[in-house]
Design a protein around this ligand. Structure first.
Ligand SMILES: [Zn+2]
Length: 182
């Protein structure tokens, strides 16, 4: 698997963190946060998260990945118009509902995160999941129709079918063309 950090698949950096987190497993064989180094690279656009990752014990990574898998299951079910499974929903949200292992302090032009404990990364990510599940964008959550693609996206447009038209949309167009020419 390629270790290259690719910008393809980032249609927008304003994607909600919960959606970006679920999408770190974009297909069965692709995991963007499979190692601590890759988690650190992925977290870079979110300053609070990026500040907590270096202080995370490496032993936390399997729990972060399990949180991601539960989040993805929950979002897939909701995108399909179904109820999320209770066990995965609880697993994905409980760290975000727990008392935070970090504090927020003023910083130039914004805030910074202080006193991050070993579970701070999981808490920050799970908080983003809780916020997303309770927020307005949830009704516009959709799942990419690309074969084998696990990504979800937020779109008010009912006719948007792909996470990224240059990737999954293009692949579907190529496949349709191949079918027609046979
Ligand atoms: Zn896709």
């Amino acid at each position: 698997m390629s270790q290259r950090i690719s910008l393809v698949g980032w249609p927008s950096m304003t994607e909600p963190l919960a959606v970006a987190f679920a999408n770190t497993r974009s297909s069965a064989g692709r995991d963007r946060i499979a190692t601590v180094d890759r988690l650190r690279a992925w977290a870079r656009p979110w300053p609070a998260l990026a500040a907590c990752v270096p202080r995370m014990p490496a032993g936390e990574l399997p729990d972060v990945l399990a949180l991601r898998d539960a989040t993805q299951t929950v979002l897939h079910r909701i995108a399909a118009g179904e109820s999320p499974p209770a066990a995965e929903l609880e697993f994905a949200t409980w760290p975000g509902l727990a008392r935070a292992e970090f504090r927020v302090r003023p910083a130039a032009g914004g805030v910074a995160v202080d006193d991050a404990g070993p579970e701070a990364v999981r808490q920050l990510l799970s908080r983003a999941v809780v916020d997303f599940l309770l927020g307005q964008q949830l009704t516009d959550l959709r799942r990419c129709e690309g074969g084998g693609c696990h990504k979800v996206f937020v779109s008010a447009r009912a006719d948007r079918r792909w996470c990224d038209s240059r990737v999954c949309g293009n692949r579907a167009r190529v496949a349709a063309h191949a079918r027609r020419s046979r």
